[in-house]
Ligand binder design. Structure first.
Ligand SMILES: Nc1ncnc2c1ncn2[C@@H]1O[C@H](COP(=O)(O)OP(=O)(O)OP(=O)(O)O)[C@@H](O)[C@H]1O
Length: 339
């Protein structure tokens, strides 16, 4: 019997998609496909080119080179058709603060020319979905950051799009609200079979919720795959050490090639990739102690998303770093919202 190969329909396809601002290349000839019904996570630090990519895919910015198709429509040649088939939640707040949640929903429906009766039905259902029915009659200026995001997700769905773009939907929100936002996103995928393109710089969010992830840095895609595939590519365990003399320790460890895949100086010590951590760690410790080096901390970990990120970008997207950037981006978002 012939086995049927499950063909996956492509919802978004980027073909050498490029954006230059003057001489600066913000997005550099990227290629990828997003399949129908999946959550595709676009993971990278601030300034990597994530927003610029979303803006090109949603026809806000025109590519300098290359193109993309969304729902089968070309973003350059058929921008109106692209716009009709998508919902967008940009990084900047879009809801009108002086209007109530309900009025914002109606305003959005008006932009799409949706008849009043249908708009009201949908608005009611969507506000219920994001658990904002109780606040529908309140002005948005009284909403918390999480409530605003939920409202904007509901607003982006009023036209019943098949594809939803979310640019850092959890930026600046506390952990609990971030988890709640992801529950809605998962619901859209599971109950409405929507395709979701979402950018984030939170490794753990990409890991937990992304069906597939693209790692982007300095405008280039460095890796694409499911979190599991990316972790398998990295392979091996990681032994992390803090010692009294990192430079000498690196020399000693590097000279013993057996079972050691890589040795690097990390921001907080030494990072050694080995085939089998539990076997190799005691040997490493012994060779260092023999050479008079004190080891103050040692840990063995299986590859995490952070390791994956480190492997492909050569640097760590650490929490402190991310939160400093996040505050910066959040303040910028607030500033944009006020203007
Ligand atoms: N209109 C513009 N003019 C000039 N440079 C720009 C413009 N928009 C973005 N850039 C630059 O392009 C690069 C990518 O920016 P982009 O906003 O796409 O990054 P990002 O990954 O989305 O990060 P963030 O989350 O901070 O927005 C940055 O270096 C940014 O300064």
């Amino acid at each position: 019997m012939r086995r049927l190969l499950k063909m996956r329909n492509v919802a978004i396809k980027a073909i050498n998609l490029t954006k230059r601002f003057g001489k600066f290349v913000a997005v550099d000839h990227i290629n990828f496909e997003v399949y129908e019904g999946e959550i595709f996570g676009f993971l990278g630090p601030n300034g990597a080119g994530k927003s610029t990519t979303i803006k090109m895919l949603t026809t806000v910015l025109k590519p300098s080179e290359g193109t993309a198709t969304v729902s089968g429509y070309d973003v350059i040649k058929q921008p109106a058709l692209v716009r009709q088939s998508i919902g967008v939640v940009p990084q900047e707040y879009t809801a009108d603060e002086d209007l109530t949640g309900w009025e914002n929903m109606m305003m959005m429906a008006g932009l799409y020319g949706i008849p009043k009766r249908i708009a009201e039905e949908r608005a009611k259902e969507l506000l219920e979905m994001v658990e904002l029915t109780y606040a529908a009659k309140r002005k948005v200026e009284t909403y918390s950051g999480g409530m605003r995001r939920r409202l904007e997700i509901a607003m982006s769905l009023i036209s019943r799009p098949r594809i939803l773009f979310l640019d850092e939907p959890t930026l600046g929100l506390d952990a609990q609200t971030r988890a709640a936002i992801w529950q809605y996103i998962m619901k859209l995928k599971e109950e409405y079979k929507m395709t979701i393109f979402v950018t984030t710089h939170y490794l753990e969010e990409a890991d937990m919720y992304g069906d597939r992830i693209a790692i982007i840095d300095k405008g280039k895609i460095l890796a694409i795959g499911s979190p599991k595939e990316l972790k398998e590519k990295v392979g091996g365990d990681v032994v992390s050490l803090q010692t009294s003399n990192d430079e000498l320790a690196i020399k000693i460890i590097s000279s013993s090639k057996d079972g050691i895949l890589d040795v690097r100086k990390a921001s907080d010590g030494i990072r050694i990739k080995v085939r089998n951590g539990e076997e190799k760690a005691p040997e490493i410790l012994e060779s260092l102690v023999k050479n008079g080096i004190k080891v103050s901390r040692m840990s063995i970990t299986e590859p995490t998303m952070d390791e994956v990120y480190m492997e492909f970008t050569g640097k760590s997207l650490r929490d402190e770093e991310a939160s400093a950037q996040e505050m910066f981006a959040f303040r910028r978002t607030m500033r944009r919202a006020r203007t």
